[in-house]
Design a protein around this ligand. Sequence first.
Ligand SMILES: Cc1ncc(C[n+]2csc(CCOP(=O)(O)OP(=O)(O)O)c2C)c(N)n1
Ligand SMILES: [Mg+2]
Length: 284
Amino acid sequence: MLTHAGSGHPGGSLSVIDVLTALYFGRLRHDPKRPDWPDRDRVVLSKGHAVPALYTVMARAGYFPESQLVTLRKLGSPLQGHPDRTALPGIEAATGSLGQGLSISLGLALGLRMRKSPARVYCILGDGETQEGQVWEAAMSAPKLGQPAHGLDNLTVILDYNKIQLDNFVAKVLDLEPVLAKWRAFGWAVIEIDGHDFDQIDKALDQAEATVGPVIVVAHTVKGKGVSFMENDPEWHGKSPKPAEAVTAIREILGVAGAGWDDYLAKTPATRAIVDELRALEKK
Ligand SMILES: Cc1ncc(C[n+]2csc(CCOP(=O)(O)OP(=O)(O)O)c2C)c(N)n1
Ligand SMILES: [Mg+2]
């Protein structure tokens, strides 16, 4: 998608894809055919630049055809470079201007509690994003908002703690530590996990559902996860891979970086089509 667009954010998309996969396949109460169902769970991707990961799981879940994914960032496409709820049904909030998603999520969660909906709100924050002051205004409010009758027992925040922001390591720009103690001090229940371990993600989300009051899951992740030349390198925050790099990345993620690639392609026409398109792009 990013290679076809010629721009976008691979690192933060790959760090959050496992969390999104866990949410969209088995966790969310949602119906891709009814994106306006009032009692659907809400996902607010506050770190909106990672939206290619969200589009991917939404397409696979059935919100729109997977063939549309390559229209990312094209003029007139519903798949804009940052989420637009007026352009794509299933997107809950326009994000991308960092720092606002948690405030929006508080409002959504309170509204749902006031009308006794069983729906939950999942808000995903970037670690660099939490340097924004507005995040801490919302963090300070959440445990108090709606009390005593409508406390935000339906709000789960997931922090994509990949340790990298736009062009450097978070610890070098403006360190967040001690992260767990900070959120606890603001009155939140805190759960710490490996954000690429599906068992840990599932257990944390179960625990969050059973907790009274807002919960933050601090998910340790790797920016660029799964692609050797992207992992842990700030360079890959906001740069699209060239066609040959994209093919290498796909092979690594699929686990066929070594021998057997031609056999793999022969057996999986969908991957073959993607690779052929990338090769054609390279010749242009
Ligand atoms: C208000 C605002 N300021 C600056 C930016 C530019 N920007 C886009 S991504 C980014 C870094 C975000 O880092 P992080 O939250 O850690 O995201 P991730 O590592 O998950 O990609 C910045 C500064 C923005 N989108 N919004
Ligand atoms: Mg980050």
